[in-house]
Design a protein around this ligand. Sequence first.
Ligand code: PLP
Length: 393
Amino acid sequence: MSTAHAMATGHDSHAAHDPLAPVFAQYPLEVLRGEGVWLIGRDGRRVLDLYGGHAVAALGYGHPAWTKAVNEQTRTLNFQSNAVPLDVRVRAANKLIAFSKLPVKSVFFVNSGAEANENALKMAFTLNPGRTEVVALEQSFHGRTAGAGALTWGAAKKWYGFPRTPFDVKFLPRRDFASLAQITEKTAAVVVEPIQGVGGAFDLGSEYLHALRRRCDETGAVLIFDEVQCGFGRCGEPFAANLYGVLPDMITSAKALGNGFPCSALLMMEKAAAAVKMDALGTTFGAGPIACAAIEATVDAIENEDLLANVRRVSAYIRKTCIVGPVTGHQGAGFLTGLICKTPASQIQKALLTEHNILTGTSGDPNVLRLLPPFILKEPEVDLLAAALARLG
Ligand SMILES: Cc1ncc(COP(=O)(O)O)c(C=O)c1O
């Protein structure tokens, strides 16, 4: 048990031998299983999960159709590589493309958000040979690998770890129109989260994203939307690209995509798709049959249960009912909601969990409490949050 875990859970029975690298602070909560939007702890405690395991559990826990599809796939064929054509792989790609309602021409499946971003960057440099710079935004988070970490705001000082970044990086202030002039003919790619996640559920907005698209067109820079956290239904539309009506050249998707089975996807529009050459990208585990079955089942459940409409309706209800107690406002979109608090969000998060059995998240903004609930959340559960916030004063 890590020191953080021991402190958080209040017991240290395994302190003598902790096999896990001590890199994660731990919630004071030991989860045995989940049901819908509820986590059930070792002590029988039921906790309302408004955080979804960092935005992953799109369908919540124990979703029958998803569980059946993944179980069946484990029985029929657990793995074959991309060298072997698989029906389930083609079905997952086609379903994802149809779900996106965007002119996606090609899908490359990998395993994590950071890996999808690395591959997007590689394609951007392929499209723009000779250019050496990538532009990202302040307060961004794009992952922990060499390329994605280089584009993550503050990583260099805190945890980047590599001796140098693989390309030059320029960070621009978010929603700052004047600074878009810093995107030039030297810029290979611009990578943005249309709604920043770790940055505090901060939405860049349609006007800014349109201006960004225009500047990329003027300079030839490739526009990449990192929708690892905000996309795949979380914003109440298939992707934030749909929500804001701005088409990037590539979109990266992960987290909710497999409802917990590790997977991610690089979605390429025409220009990027046309530049992919045989052997240019690769992966062992990416697009494995279980991952593809998980993706297919997640898309099916979102569509069959009309969950995008649910996200839109229930997120509007959160915004209407939860601006109470310490909460003074909101930002973000859909189920990537930031509740702006007049007291530190970390204190509110702690009180909600320990006093009211509600799990929420914090963010890079100390005053923003971040909600990333499963897409199946309903109004009565939001009422529990509103009541708890009101009691926190
Ligand atoms: C917007 C965004 N991009 C990329 C990542 C990295 O994803 P992963 O941890 O799956 O590599 C995250 C993770 O939080 C994220 O929020």
